[in-house]
Design a protein around this ligand. Structure first.
Ligand code: GTP
Ligand code: MG
Length: 521
């Protein structure tokens, strides 16, 4: 069936993150508000064995349902599920994997509630939050498990002491006070001395949490003609309350965290690491370029302080060439050593691939800057290569783009006013720290006053390029009619213009074509 005209809302807006290849995928779910849930269902404190067994039953169902899940570890109201490293479960789509795990687990929890609490009504629907984390190698996945099991031990030891103290008549506050600052061995001591409890004799399900995995079991299927048993290895989903921090369990169960062998490592796998980020649809994109180590660069090339007009003109000329090369750039704004380029909303440049747009725009700028240096500074050799950094920003509305540009222009004003004062003070004989001190805490009008009083300078008479920065955009410069043999042809010519003006609403109203639909700004 043909796609409807509405189908683009899925195709162009839905980005389902694919989890990186060759990583173990862990989904950790955690009961929401189980403090309250355990209270209203009267769970035993600190551990309710039925509640824990119910969690384990849910985890067992998970492993039976999802073949690529190789292990699960649970404690209290949380459970971690481990997918094998090379799983292609739902093409490793994060939202599918996460949502299926939490929802299936929750369903089983509700379904099996009656089996574990036959005389307790389920008073509120249980629900769980979940997250997905990827671990790239055996060490990190094993460390993740160890982290959870250490947490289980610490919490359980504390809770065991706490509830023993409370049950023996202390208030909760007193119990807390008694345990404050105690170490693990102090708590064991306390249990032994005050309650004759050997912590190590507590049920392993409380102390170690629960592991669920498929164990290989030899089972007799039938007997041969001589009465000898014929066995088959079966995999049986097993729950065990054992140590997973040390190596022992993993040495005897090497198949669980089996790494994909190199023999299977085809080129296809390598390609899966190449994640492509595309810019979201219906967004205007800004590439902002910024010269690195410009202080040093301007020192080496003896650029004028605080503004070198020629250097700024070179920036503008480079920006204009960038905009001529990339027709999808509708606007440029630059000051000092930075330039922002606004790409039109519907650009299809590099199929909107973020890194390609950013790098091509950045390197084209760098390239023309270096090429044109001689033209602008015929007497200055380029002693150090300029280099620029760039970042990419996305804004869904022209209004926000205009606000972004106003922000940069305000920044231009602020830094230029400061620098003008600073360098006037320095040129008049103050040292740099003195100049900074004088300007500390001054407002805009104080700086204007300072320039006027000390140097008879009216800041507003300073060149507009310094005060307002530079706006680069296309302007219709000519429209003429060419009379052909039989018809009139209208031609338009759009030239790049650089203007040093305020980007206030009046400017956008005068140039509505820049955004096409920016009239309402
Ligand atoms: P969120 O997860 O942030 O929604 O809060 P939560 O209330 O679920 O707290 P958290 O997950 O940090 O801790 C789990 C809580 O569940 C514990 O603090 C206990 O109150 C409760 N809980 C979990 N297992 C048991 C149990 O076996 N017995 C009792 N009495 N309470 C339990
Ligand atoms: Mg919880």
């Amino acid at each position: 069936m043909a796609n409807s005209k509405y189908e683009y809302v899925k195709r162009e807006f839905e980005f389902d993150r694919s989890l990186p290849a060759s990583n173990w995928i862990v989904v950790r779910i955690d009961g929401c508000h189980f403090h309250r849930f355990s209270e209203i269902h009267d769970f035993e404190k600190p551990n309710d064995e039925s509640a824990l067994r119910l969690m384990n039953a849910c985890a067992t169902s998970m492993l039976e349902k999802f073949r690529d899940m190789v292990f699960a570890y649970g404690v209290s109201d949380e459970y971690s599920f481990f997918f094998r490293e090379g799983t292609e479960f739902y093409q490793r789509r994060e939202s599918k994997i996460l949502s299926l795990c939490v929802s299936f687990f929750t369903s089983v929890y509700v379904m099996k509630w009656k089996d574990f609490f036959p005389s307790k009504e389920l008073k509120e629907p249980p629900y769980f939050d979940g997250r997905v984390v990827c671990y790239p190698n055996l060490k990190t996945i094993r460390d993740y498990m160890a982290w959870r099991q250490v947490d289980c031990h610490t919490n359980n030891q504390y809770n065991t002491c706490f509830w023993m103290l409370v049950k023996s008549g202390r208030t909760e506050k007193e119990a807390q006070q008694t345990l404050k600052g105690t170490f693990s061995k102090d708590k064991n001591e306390l249990l032994l001395q005050q309650f004759q409890i050997n912590y190590d004799d507590e049920p392993a399900i409380f102390r170690k949490g629960s592991c669920v995995y498929r164990a290989k079991v030899e089972t007799k299927v039938k007997s041969d003609d001589h009465g000898n048993p014929i066995t088959r290895t079966q995999s049986v989903t097993t729950v065990a309350n054992i140590d997973i921090i040390g190596p022992q369990f993993w040495e005897t169960h090497q198949d669980i965290l089996h790494e994909v062998g190199t023999e299977k490592c085809k080129y296809e796998l390598v390609k899966k690491f190449d994640t492509i980020h595309r810019l979201p649809r219906c967004n205007w994109t800004i590439v902002r370029i910024n010269a690195c180590q410009f202080d040093q660069f301007s020192l080496i090339h003896t650029l004028d302080k605080p503004n070198d007009e020629t250097a700024l003109r070179l920036m503008n000329a480079s920006a204009s060439l960038v905009m001529e090369w990339f027709p999808d750039i509708i606007f440029g704004y630059g000051f000092n050593n930075e330039y922002s380029f606004v790409f039109q909303e519907k650009t299809e440049l590099y199929q909107r691939q973020e890194s390609l747009i950013l790098s091509s725009c950045l390197t084209y700028f760098t390239s023309v800057y270096v090429t044109m240096w001689k033209e602008f500074f015929p007497k200055k050799e380029l002693l150090q290569l300029p280099h620029f950094e760039a970042e990419i920003l996305c804004y869904p509305k022209p209004k926000i783009i205009c606000d972004y540009l106003s922000w940069r222009q305000a920044e231009c004003h602020r830094t230029n006013q400061y620098n003008t004062c600073f360098w006037m003070l320095v040129k008049s004989g103050k040292d740099k720290s003195e100049a900074h001190e004088i300007l500390k805490g001054t407002l805009s009008k104080d700086k204007n006053e300072l320039l006027f009083q000390r140097f008879q300078m009216n800041y507003n008479n300073e060149p507009a390029m310094f005060r307002k920065g530079s706006c680069a955009y296309r302007q219709k410069v000519e429209e003429f009619t060419k009379v052909g043999d039989s018809e009139n042809v209208t031609r338009e010519r759009w030239d790049m213009t650089v203007a040093h003006v305020d980007m206030k609403p009046g400017f956008w109203r005068k140039h509505p074509y820049i955004f096409n639909q920016c009239h309402s700004v």
